[in-house]
Design a protein around this ligand. Structure first.
Ligand code: IMP
Length: 199
């Protein structure tokens, strides 16, 4: 009787939720992220049928999403990256933004889709959209994997949102705390001990 029973248990364990000692709670699992990206990609494909899309990824947090989304899309895409830094404390944004790395090419006349890891206050994105709009794209939309409730306070038109999550500081799937945890395949909160240790 051991054979088949044990075999099933081993397979189940292999697919057990990934974990990390510094993670308190997994808010979005690896599987949920993967299926959401497929779902969002199908919506983008339908909306942009017959057009080429310029994906603009916001470094560094959107790197994982850019890589997975771009490969899930059937729509032809090109990619650009921007790096911005918002002045504020390490865990909250002030809305005053500085461009650390600008786009390499003009976006005039292009169908631009900004790819964002997370919208928290929404201030960074609001500034970025105003900046990009001034460069004359044919269209400008946003795809964000995660959104926190705070962003509802400002008027932001985000066409594609993966998950609405509670107002907590999260890491994983591109998101960091002191540059750590970006490579986790899921999104979760940190334990109080990990936060106290400063990442
Ligand atoms: P916002 O301007 O408040 O919307 O913040 C935008 C940026 O802050 C995001 O693109 C992230 O880089 C960072 N950020 C906001 N919330 C979190 C979080 O919970 N974990 C990690 N980074 C975050």
């Amino acid at each position: 009787m051991v054979g088949p029973h044990r075999y099933v248990r081993v397979v189940t364990d292999t697919h057990a939720a990934p974990s990390h000692p510094d993670i308190g709670e997994v808010l979005v699992s690896t599987e949920e992220i993967a299926s959401k990206i497929t779902e969002l990609a199908r919506r983008v494909d339908a909306d942009y049928a017959g057009r080429e899309v310029l994906l603009v990824g916001v470094l560094k947090g959107a790197v994982m999403l850019m890589a997975d989304l771009s490969r899930a899309l059937e729509t032809p895409v090109t990619m650009e990256f921007m790096a911005v830094s918002s002045y504020g404390s390490s865990t909250s944004s002030s809305g005053v933004v500085r461009i650390l790395k600008d786009l390499d090419r003009s976006i005039e006349g292009r169908h631009v889709l900004v790819v964002e890891d997370i919208i928290d206050s929404g201030l960074t994105l609001s500034w970025l959209l105003k900046n990009l709009r001034s460069r004359g794209p044919a269209s400008l939309e946003v795809l964000a994997l995660l959104r926190k409730p705070e962003s509802q306070a400002i008027d932001l038109d985000v066409r594609y949102v993966g998950f609405d999550i509670p107002s907590a500081f999260v890491v994983g799937y591109g998101l960091d705390y002191a540059e750590r945890y970006r490579t986790l395949s899921f999104v979760g909160t940190l334990t109080p001990a990990a936060i106290a240790a400063g990442g």
